[in-house]
Design a protein around this ligand. Structure first.
Ligand SMILES: [Zn+2]
Ligand SMILES: [Zn+2]
Length: 361
């Protein structure tokens, strides 16, 4: 009996040992704050009916999806010529989209691609001014925008909030604080200062919350879908979708479709300064953000891009960037902390159990 238990215990030991590293690893892949998006409320929810469509198929309403691709820079056919037929041009557009976002290049509307398409995003096109791309070879994952503000040094840009186009469920003082912090993130890396003024028509950057068609040819679309858009230098048009449920603190704001105002503000300021979208998921200039997600820290690619336009703030150093990365709830540091807590738990539990098995064997 004794040898049997010994072999049995050895087998159990090695079998259980296989599971020890897999338990905390699963935890690593789970984003810490992301919730499942309630897509029923999403503007683009209807696109789900095009799932698994491929070249040669015809689905009623597909021209609407083609308009989406056109709007964000992947199709150049005029809207009136878009049909419900999945043709070669559309396949090429999907392939370009998949390439841009690191998806598997299937040329089909597979589930990963549809998930990306239906996520809420910035209204600025992904190909806004790529023909003016600068320094594309520095980091081929980033688009560098050429236009910039040209003002005497030291450069100060003014911003103001529209007194009419606003939201009433967040106080103006909270909105001011959020924007002050968002502007400060950019001015900490480039020699540009931002000052709030109260004379709206004279501000360089004009910020407002607008609903639906608001007269600039880029109508908003209700809850989720397009969240905001901003113009390139030196126009200063900064529009947020007034139909979103904006949040300044997710502990207070419980809506499943709430969008973090500070994350979107920080992103749009990048456009105001001249940046295009990045295809790097972690970058501030990545065009999509899920509800109830906060992403406010500039990443190295964002900093390189903006400094290519304006030069570096003399007080900036890259080590401070790493420090700020570590303060984010999305940072690898936090995940390591979570991992170590679970690792400790599982290791202590498993090893106590294994020790017990050995003792009784
Ligand atoms: Zn954008
Ligand atoms: Zn607008």
């Amino acid at each position: 009996m004794f040898p049997f238990f010994s072999y049995y215990a050895t087998f159990v030991f090695f079998f259980l040992l296989l599971f020890v590293p897999t338990l905390p690893a699963r935890n690593l892949r789970d984003p810490p704050t992301e919730l499942t998006v309630d897509v029923r409320n999403n503007t683009w929810h209807d696109f789900i009916r095009f799932l698994d469509a491929e070249k040669g198929s015809r689905v009623s309403g597909m021209s609407e999806l083609k308009k989406y691709f056109r709007r964000f820079g992947y199709l150049s056919i005029p809207n009136q010529n878009l049909t419900d037929f999945f043709d070669e041009n559309f396949e090429l557009a999907i392939l370009q989209y998949q390439k841009n976002y690191g998806l598997q290049k299937t040329g089909k509307l597979d589930s990963d691609t549809m998930k990306e398409i239906m996520s809420p995003r910035c209204g600025v096109s992904d190909k806004n001014h790529t023909s003016h791309r600068l320094h594309a070879t520095i980091h081929d994952k980033l688009f560098y925008g050429q236009p910039r503000w040209n003002r005497p040094s030291p450069m100060t840009l003014t911003y103001a909030f529209s007194p009419y186009y606003t939201i009433d469920y967040i106080s103006l003082s909270s909105i001011r604080t959020i924007f002050k912090r968002s502007f400060a993130r950019w001015s900490s890396v480039i020699p540009v200062n931002f000052t709030e003024i109260y004379n709206y028509p004279f501000a360089d950057i004009k910020i407002g919350f607008y609903r639906g068609d608001h007269g600039d040819g880029q109508p908003f679309d209700g809850v989720l879908g397009v969240l905001a858009h901003a113009s390139l230098p030196e126009e200063g048009r900064f529009h947020l979708d007034g139909d979103e449920r904006w949040a300044v603190d997710f502990k207070q704001e419980k809506s499943k479709v709430a969008v973090d105002l500070e994350s979107v503000a920080t992103h749009e300021i990048g456009h105001i300064l001249g940046l295009d979208h990045s295809t790097v998921k972690e970058a501030i200039m990545y065009p999509r953000i899920n509800p109830r997600t906060k992403k406010v820290n500039l990443k190295i690619g964002d900093v390189e891009a903006i400094q290519a336009l304006y030069g570096a703030n003399p007080n900036f150093n890259f080590s401070s960037l790493y420090d700020s990365d570590f303060s984010s709830s999305w940072s690898p540091y936090m995940e390591r902390k979570r991992l170590s807590k679970w690792t400790t738990f599982f290791r202590s539990w498993w090893f106590s159990f294994l020790f017990f098995v050995f003792m009784i064997a």
